[in-house]
Design a binder for this molecule. Structure first.
Ligand SMILES: [Zn+2]
Length: 240
């Protein structure tokens, strides 16, 4: 993408997908024996999210960093000391085994993202990081009142302003969908964007998460359509 204009909008866009698949590395297969059903469910990964993110990256011609290892091994969208960075399948492992999982399957992703953001800022860019996720349509009997939600830190004015523009563009492109802000989680909750906000100034780094309802993106054709909608709306929302 081109350097930012006088408007101060981001000049460098990076996509990530922390929960892109449900792969179990060979050395941990025994922990998940007989657990295909849970691995295939929304607990194992963000159904449809990687297809959406890859389509967006291709339409926008921007870099993407993603993982296809199940979040039940280690959750890339949690701090390394969070209670839920490990799941019930891995929490009980010995400390050195958990450390090995962090070193092999967690830190490389987080560090690659941080390094790319650092390099873009050093080149004089304002960075927009979009983390692409999906959420289950219904959790514990509660039907979620969203189709595509944008999550950001309400204390960061540039993020709020960008999400206003992004959502207005989404509404122009596909007015029949529901686009709440900060649902079903808050953008300032623990997560990769929150960690990066603690490292970079609000003028340097904007971290937005996109939550797509999984029922919308189960099939490849649906993932492409939602990826197109998001890419086109982001581009027009940014004014380019
Ligand atoms: Zn996710």
């Amino acid at each position: 993408m081109s350097p930012e204009s006088a408007s101060g909008l981001p000049g460098f866009i990076l996509l990530t997908c922390e929960h892109g698949g449900r792969d179990v590395p060979d050395s941990y297969k025994s922990l998940f024996r007989g657990q295909k059903e849970v691995l295939d469910s929304h607990r194992g990964y963000d159904i449809g999210a990687l297809g959406v993110a890859l389509r967006m990256a291709s339409r926008l011609a921007v870099p993407i960093i993603f993982s296809t290892v199940t979040r039940l091994l280690v959750d890339l969208n949690r701090s390394d000391n969070a209670a839920d960075v490990f799941s019930e399948f891995t929490r009980g492992l010995a400390a050195d085994e958990r450390e090995r999982i962090l070193a092999t399957h967690y830190r490389p992703h987080r560090e690659r993202v941080e390094q790319l953001v650092t390099a873009a800022i050093a080149s004089g860019h304002r960075v927009l990081h979009l983390g692409v996720h999906s959420c289950t349509d219904e959790l514990n009997g509660n039907v979620r009142d969203l189709d595509i939600s944008l999550l950001f830190d309400e204390a960061r004015g540039l993020e709020a302003e960008l999400c206003d523009r992004f959502r207005a563009a989404l509404q122009r492109e596909a007015g029949g969908l529901r686009y709440p802000f900060n649902e079903p989680y808050r953008g300032a909750d623990d997560g990769l964007t929150t960690t990066l906000r603690s490292r970079f100034a609000p003028e340097e780094y904007l971290g937005i998460e996109i939550e797509v309802r999984q029922g919308m993106v189960r099939r490849a054709a649906e993932q492409k359509a939602v990826g197109d909608l998001l890419a086109v709306s982001l581009r027009t929302g940014l004014g380019g």
